[in-house]
Structure formats: structure tokens, C-alpha cells
Design a protein around this ligand. Sequence first.
Ligand SMILES: C[S@@+](CC[C@H](N)C(=O)[O-])C[C@H]1O[C@@H](n2cnc3c(N)ncnc32)[C@H](O)[C@@H]1O
Length: 217
Amino acid sequence: MKYAVCAAACLVLSGCGLFAQDDDRIARYLAMLERPEREGFQKPAQVIAALALRRGERVADLGAGSGYFTIPVAQAVGPAGIVWALDIRQPMLDYIARRLKSENLANVRLKLVAADDPQLPPGAVDTILMVDVYHYIHFEKRGAQYAPKLRPGLAPGGRVVIIDYKPKPFDQRPWGPPPEQQMSRATLDSYMAKGGFKPAKVHTFLPEQYFVEYVAR
Ligand SMILES: C[S@@+](CC[C@H](N)C(=O)[O-])C[C@H]1O[C@@H](n2cnc3c(N)ncnc32)[C@H](O)[C@@H]1O
């Protein structure tokens, strides 16, 4: 049942590249991202530990959604760090703004960005984090053009961390991105190569997603 609800939300809200337009759909999308059972496969604490973020690190949470990762990343980098929470949908940023107040976090900057350009601060980001976002870009046929736009934002020695769904037929995983939106790891590698990136580290503990750290070639 819980997966049926998630699947319905995913299909309604992300299917065909369309995004939610009204408050009710936004609320359901946020609830889908924040559903407690997500923790079982998303393993946020393990992901944060694997990222080995430094105090003072500058991170862009690109496609931040509800702030599922923005909040723990902001806590991990501490007051000397900066997190840019970037999204193409203003209601997501408004929701994160409310969370930041209740969590008393002052190191997060919110920015509405274009779907075809992350508009990162030049040379200022140590880690670009994209969780469950690149498959949208892939589906919109912007995969190869988008990766090069990540490059100018990265500080020397920076990395791009991408977590996204391993392709699976709908009968094996009736939730998450529908099959037509799914993107293989090989396809992602090819997009990132176009941006001048190579895989540097691969974490294998997530059951449903690949988790890859890319660095400049
Ligand atoms: C499935 S949610 C994931 C949110 C968050 N990263 C998480 O793990 O919970 C995808 C988010 O990416 C945003 N998004 C989709 N395409 C984007 C793009 N081209 N640039 C920035 N954000 C994008 C959507 O608005 C949505 O909030």
C-alpha cells in the first residue's frame, strides 16, 4: 500500500517530465520525498557518513526537493560551511526555508534555477550533490548538455556526487521513476564524460540506487 501511494505520487508528479502545479500535488510530492519508509533504502545517515563532508565545506544540493539532504548536509558542514539549495520549483525552496527556521540553520542559501542550467556560483562549490535529479534531466533529453554546466561551479579538487535509481521494470519496483525516465549508470557516465568528469569513487551500499563521486578528468 505504502509503495502504491508513492508510485501514484511519482507518476502524477514526475511522469512525462511534468511537475506539480497546485498546492495539493506539491504537498503529496513533499510527503512522498519525506515518507518515513524512504529511510530503509535511502539510508540518509549512511550517505552523509560516506560523503565525509568537512566542516566548512561548500556544497550545492542541486534539485534539493524537500531538503531531505539539505538539512543533514548543512548540519555536517557546520556554520562555517555553505549549502546552496537549488531547485527549479519555488514551492520546494519555500518548504526548505520553513525547515531551516525550525532547525535554526543559517548556512543555507536558497536559489531558484533554470532546468537547463544549475547557475552555480563560479569556482565556489566543493561538492555538487544530486540525489534522484539527473534522471529528470536525462528524460528531458538534456543529459549530455547539462554535465558541462556543472564544471564552472566546481572549486579546484571538487566533486560531483550523483545518486540515482538503478533501472528496474515497473513490476519489480512499482515506485520511483517510471521506466521511461530511468537512466543507467553507463548512460550517466557518458553524460559526465561529456562534462569532462570521470568516476572516482563508487559506493555500493544503496540497494535501489547507484552512488557515484565524479571528479574532473
Ligand atoms: C525526486 S526529487 C529529489 C529531491 C532531493 N534531492 C531528495 O533526494 O529528496 C527531484 C527534485 O529535483 C528538482 N529538479 C528536477 N529537475 C531539475 C533541474 N534540472 N535542476 C534543478 N532541480 C531539478 C525537482 O523540482 C525536485 O524537487
